[in-house]
Design a binder for this molecule. Structure first.
Ligand code: GLP
Length: 240
Protein backbone atom coordinates (compact mmCIF):
# COMPACT_ATOMS: atom_id res chain seq x y z
CA UNK A 1 0.00 0.00 0.00
CA UNK A 2 1.53 3.29 -1.09
CA UNK A 3 0.40 6.29 0.99
CA UNK A 4 0.80 9.74 -0.55
CA UNK A 5 0.17 12.67 1.79
CA UNK A 6 -0.52 16.00 0.12
CA UNK A 7 -1.36 19.45 1.42
CA UNK A 8 -5.03 19.87 0.70
CA UNK A 9 -8.09 18.94 -1.39
CA UNK A 10 -6.73 20.57 -4.55
CA UNK A 11 -3.41 18.74 -4.44
CA UNK A 12 -5.21 15.46 -3.66
CA UNK A 13 -7.43 16.00 -6.72
CA UNK A 14 -4.43 16.88 -8.87
CA UNK A 15 -2.51 13.78 -7.79
CA UNK A 16 -5.44 11.43 -8.41
CA UNK A 17 -6.33 13.02 -11.77
CA UNK A 18 -2.71 12.46 -12.87
CA UNK A 19 -2.96 8.77 -11.90
CA UNK A 20 -6.15 8.43 -13.96
CA UNK A 21 -4.59 10.17 -16.95
CA UNK A 22 -1.49 7.97 -16.72
CA UNK A 23 -3.76 4.90 -16.78
CA UNK A 24 -5.67 6.19 -19.83
CA UNK A 25 -2.46 7.00 -21.70
CA UNK A 26 -1.09 3.53 -20.96
CA UNK A 27 -4.34 1.90 -22.05
CA UNK A 28 -6.88 4.13 -23.83
CA UNK A 29 -9.55 1.39 -23.61
CA UNK A 30 -9.18 1.08 -19.83
CA UNK A 31 -12.04 -0.05 -17.63
CA UNK A 32 -12.40 2.52 -14.85
CA UNK A 33 -14.23 1.97 -11.57
CA UNK A 34 -15.71 5.27 -10.41
CA UNK A 35 -16.80 6.71 -7.08
CA UNK A 36 -19.21 9.45 -6.07
CA UNK A 37 -19.44 11.72 -3.01
CA UNK A 38 -17.76 15.07 -2.42
CA UNK A 39 -14.22 13.67 -2.39
CA UNK A 40 -13.81 12.95 -6.15
CA UNK A 41 -15.45 16.20 -7.33
CA UNK A 42 -12.09 17.94 -7.87
CA UNK A 43 -10.75 14.94 -9.77
CA UNK A 44 -13.72 14.97 -12.15
CA UNK A 45 -13.38 18.73 -12.68
CA UNK A 46 -9.70 18.31 -13.56
CA UNK A 47 -10.40 15.39 -15.89
CA UNK A 48 -12.88 17.68 -17.67
CA UNK A 49 -10.01 20.17 -18.10
CA UNK A 50 -7.76 17.45 -19.50
CA UNK A 51 -10.49 16.59 -22.01
CA UNK A 52 -10.76 20.25 -23.07
CA UNK A 53 -7.03 20.13 -23.68
CA UNK A 54 -7.36 17.13 -25.99
CA UNK A 55 -7.28 14.04 -23.77
CA UNK A 56 -9.36 11.24 -25.30
CA UNK A 57 -11.83 9.51 -22.97
CA UNK A 58 -13.93 7.96 -25.73
CA UNK A 59 -12.59 4.41 -25.51
CA UNK A 60 -13.04 4.00 -21.76
CA UNK A 61 -15.60 1.77 -20.13
CA UNK A 62 -16.77 2.90 -16.70
CA UNK A 63 -18.45 1.14 -13.79
CA UNK A 64 -19.68 3.04 -10.77
CA UNK A 65 -19.49 1.57 -7.32
CA UNK A 66 -23.03 2.11 -6.21
CA UNK A 67 -26.48 3.63 -6.58
CA UNK A 68 -29.31 4.38 -4.17
CA UNK A 69 -32.25 1.99 -4.31
CA UNK A 70 -35.41 3.84 -5.31
CA UNK A 71 -33.82 6.81 -7.08
CA UNK A 72 -34.19 6.90 -10.87
CA UNK A 73 -31.28 8.26 -12.91
CA UNK A 74 -32.95 11.64 -13.40
CA UNK A 75 -33.30 12.23 -9.64
CA UNK A 76 -30.79 14.97 -8.70
CA UNK A 77 -29.44 12.91 -5.79
CA UNK A 78 -29.01 9.71 -7.78
CA UNK A 79 -25.46 8.75 -8.57
CA UNK A 80 -26.31 8.48 -12.30
CA UNK A 81 -27.30 12.16 -12.19
CA UNK A 82 -24.14 13.06 -10.24
CA UNK A 83 -21.94 11.28 -12.78
CA UNK A 84 -23.74 12.90 -15.68
CA UNK A 85 -23.36 16.38 -14.17
CA UNK A 86 -19.80 16.07 -12.90
CA UNK A 87 -18.04 13.74 -15.30
CA UNK A 88 -19.75 12.11 -18.28
CA UNK A 89 -20.98 15.39 -19.78
CA UNK A 90 -17.51 16.91 -19.35
CA UNK A 91 -15.42 14.25 -21.10
CA UNK A 92 -17.49 13.35 -24.16
CA UNK A 93 -17.96 9.68 -23.37
CA UNK A 94 -20.73 7.71 -25.08
CA UNK A 95 -23.23 6.94 -22.29
CA UNK A 96 -23.55 3.33 -23.47
CA UNK A 97 -19.97 2.90 -22.23
CA UNK A 98 -20.93 4.06 -18.71
CA UNK A 99 -22.41 1.66 -16.18
CA UNK A 100 -24.11 2.34 -12.87
CA UNK A 101 -26.34 -0.13 -11.01
CA UNK A 102 -30.01 0.51 -11.72
CA UNK A 103 -31.54 1.45 -8.37
CA UNK A 104 -35.07 1.15 -9.72
CA UNK A 105 -34.71 -2.27 -11.39
CA UNK A 106 -37.82 -4.40 -10.86
CA UNK A 107 -35.62 -7.33 -9.78
CA UNK A 108 -32.79 -5.88 -7.73
CA UNK A 109 -31.10 -9.24 -7.12
CA UNK A 110 -30.98 -9.92 -10.87
CA UNK A 111 -29.59 -6.41 -11.38
CA UNK A 112 -26.73 -7.19 -8.97
CA UNK A 113 -25.85 -10.43 -10.82
CA UNK A 114 -26.07 -8.64 -14.17
CA UNK A 115 -23.67 -5.97 -12.93
CA UNK A 116 -20.98 -8.40 -11.74
CA UNK A 117 -21.27 -10.40 -14.96
CA UNK A 118 -20.96 -7.24 -17.04
CA UNK A 119 -17.77 -6.24 -15.19
CA UNK A 120 -16.35 -9.74 -15.64
CA UNK A 121 -17.21 -9.73 -19.36
CA UNK A 122 -14.99 -6.67 -19.90
CA UNK A 123 -11.97 -8.44 -18.44
CA UNK A 124 -12.24 -6.57 -15.14
CA UNK A 125 -11.59 -3.10 -13.80
CA UNK A 126 -8.13 -1.68 -14.51
CA UNK A 127 -8.26 1.23 -12.08
CA UNK A 128 -10.78 1.61 -9.30
CA UNK A 129 -11.28 4.99 -7.62
CA UNK A 130 -12.54 4.95 -4.06
CA UNK A 131 -13.56 7.46 -1.43
CA UNK A 132 -14.03 6.35 2.16
CA UNK A 133 -16.94 6.82 4.54
CA UNK A 134 -16.34 8.23 8.01
CA UNK A 135 -17.05 4.67 9.23
CA UNK A 136 -14.47 3.35 6.70
CA UNK A 137 -17.05 2.03 4.24
CA UNK A 138 -15.99 1.66 0.60
CA UNK A 139 -18.68 1.88 -2.02
CA UNK A 140 -21.65 1.33 0.26
CA UNK A 141 -20.10 -1.69 1.96
CA UNK A 142 -20.82 -0.88 5.57
CA UNK A 143 -18.92 -2.31 8.57
CA UNK A 144 -19.58 -6.04 8.89
CA UNK A 145 -19.85 -6.71 5.13
CA UNK A 146 -18.09 -10.04 4.39
CA UNK A 147 -14.93 -9.69 2.33
CA UNK A 148 -16.32 -12.31 -0.09
CA UNK A 149 -19.33 -10.18 -1.05
CA UNK A 150 -20.17 -9.39 -4.66
CA UNK A 151 -22.57 -6.71 -5.86
CA UNK A 152 -25.57 -6.71 -3.57
CA UNK A 153 -28.43 -4.72 -2.06
CA UNK A 154 -27.25 -3.20 1.22
CA UNK A 155 -28.86 -1.44 4.17
CA UNK A 156 -27.14 1.88 4.82
CA UNK A 157 -25.68 2.44 8.28
CA UNK A 158 -27.37 5.13 10.38
CA UNK A 159 -24.10 7.13 10.31
CA UNK A 160 -24.01 6.98 6.48
CA UNK A 161 -27.62 8.15 6.25
CA UNK A 162 -26.84 11.12 8.47
CA UNK A 163 -23.52 11.85 6.66
CA UNK A 164 -25.37 11.92 3.34
CA UNK A 165 -28.39 13.86 4.59
CA UNK A 166 -26.59 17.08 3.64
CA UNK A 167 -27.44 16.35 -0.01
CA UNK A 168 -31.17 15.87 0.67
CA UNK A 169 -33.89 18.23 1.91
CA UNK A 170 -34.35 16.16 5.06
CA UNK A 171 -33.04 13.03 6.79
CA UNK A 172 -36.27 11.22 5.88
CA UNK A 173 -35.57 11.66 2.18
CA UNK A 174 -32.23 9.80 2.29
CA UNK A 175 -32.71 6.29 0.86
CA UNK A 176 -32.03 3.53 3.38
CA UNK A 177 -30.83 0.99 0.82
CA UNK A 178 -28.38 0.94 -2.05
CA UNK A 179 -26.91 -1.41 -4.61
CA UNK A 180 -23.17 -1.59 -4.03
CA UNK A 181 -20.35 -3.43 -5.72
CA UNK A 182 -19.15 -5.89 -3.09
CA UNK A 183 -15.78 -6.03 -1.36
CA UNK A 184 -14.73 -8.96 -3.55
CA UNK A 185 -15.85 -7.10 -6.69
CA UNK A 186 -13.73 -4.09 -5.63
CA UNK A 187 -10.71 -6.23 -4.71
CA UNK A 188 -10.72 -7.79 -8.19
CA UNK A 189 -9.70 -4.45 -9.69
CA UNK A 190 -6.12 -4.55 -10.99
CA UNK A 191 -5.22 -1.34 -9.19
CA UNK A 192 -7.03 0.85 -6.67
CA UNK A 193 -6.70 4.51 -5.70
CA UNK A 194 -8.42 5.60 -2.49
CA UNK A 195 -8.65 9.29 -1.73
CA UNK A 196 -9.66 11.11 1.44
CA UNK A 197 -9.60 14.66 2.66
CA UNK A 198 -10.56 16.45 5.84
CA UNK A 199 -10.28 15.68 9.53
CA UNK A 200 -13.60 13.81 9.60
CA UNK A 201 -11.87 10.99 7.68
CA UNK A 202 -8.73 10.81 9.89
CA UNK A 203 -9.95 7.94 12.09
CA UNK A 204 -11.20 5.95 9.11
CA UNK A 205 -7.90 6.45 7.25
CA UNK A 206 -5.90 5.39 10.31
CA UNK A 207 -7.98 2.24 10.79
CA UNK A 208 -7.83 1.40 7.08
CA UNK A 209 -4.09 1.84 6.72
CA UNK A 210 -2.70 0.74 10.07
CA UNK A 211 -5.46 -1.14 11.87
CA UNK A 212 -6.23 -4.83 11.81
CA UNK A 213 -7.71 -6.21 8.60
CA UNK A 214 -11.30 -6.85 9.58
CA UNK A 215 -14.80 -6.61 8.06
CA UNK A 216 -15.55 -4.13 10.88
CA UNK A 217 -13.34 -1.70 8.93
CA UNK A 218 -14.25 -2.37 5.28
CA UNK A 219 -11.38 -0.27 3.83
CA UNK A 220 -8.81 -2.30 5.83
CA UNK A 221 -9.24 -5.06 3.23
CA UNK A 222 -7.17 -2.89 0.89
CA UNK A 223 -4.07 -3.86 2.91
CA UNK A 224 -4.45 -7.27 1.19
CA UNK A 225 -4.47 -5.85 -2.36
CA UNK A 226 -1.19 -5.84 -4.34
CA UNK A 227 -1.64 -2.42 -5.97
CA UNK A 228 -3.24 0.28 -3.82
CA UNK A 229 -2.40 3.97 -3.63
CA UNK A 230 -3.95 6.06 -0.87
CA UNK A 231 -3.91 9.80 -1.57
CA UNK A 232 -4.81 11.81 1.52
CA UNK A 233 -4.56 15.43 2.50
CA UNK A 234 -2.84 16.43 5.72
CA UNK A 235 -6.05 16.62 7.71
CA UNK A 236 -7.13 13.11 6.73
CA UNK A 237 -3.57 11.85 7.38
CA UNK A 238 -3.31 13.58 10.75
CA UNK A 239 -3.61 10.37 12.77
CA UNK A 240 -1.27 8.23 10.66
C1 GLP B 1 -20.74 7.78 0.00
C2 GLP B 1 -20.41 6.84 -1.18
C3 GLP B 1 -18.99 6.38 -1.13
C4 GLP B 1 -18.14 7.59 -0.75
C5 GLP B 1 -18.40 7.96 0.68
C6 GLP B 1 -17.74 9.25 1.13
O1 GLP B 1 -21.82 7.44 0.74
N1 GLP B 1 -21.23 5.67 -1.33
O2 GLP B 1 -18.60 5.83 -2.38
O3 GLP B 1 -16.77 7.28 -0.88
O4 GLP B 1 -19.76 7.89 1.00
O5 GLP B 1 -18.42 10.37 0.67
P1 GLP B 1 -17.80 11.81 0.64
O6 GLP B 1 -16.74 11.78 -0.41
O7 GLP B 1 -18.91 12.73 0.29
O8 GLP B 1 -17.22 12.06 1.99
Amino acid sequence: MRVVVVNNFDSMSDEVAKLVIAQIRRKPASVLGLATGSTPLGVYRLLGEYHKNGEDFSRLLTFNLDEYVGLPGDHPQSYRYYMEENFFSKVGIDRTRTHIPNGVASDLEAECRRYDELIRSTGGIDLQLLGIGSNAHIGFNEPGTPFGSETQVVDLAASTISDNARFFASLEEVPTKAISMGIKSIMQAKSIVLMANGGSKADAVLAAVKGPVTPDVPASVLQLHPSVTIVVDQAAASRL
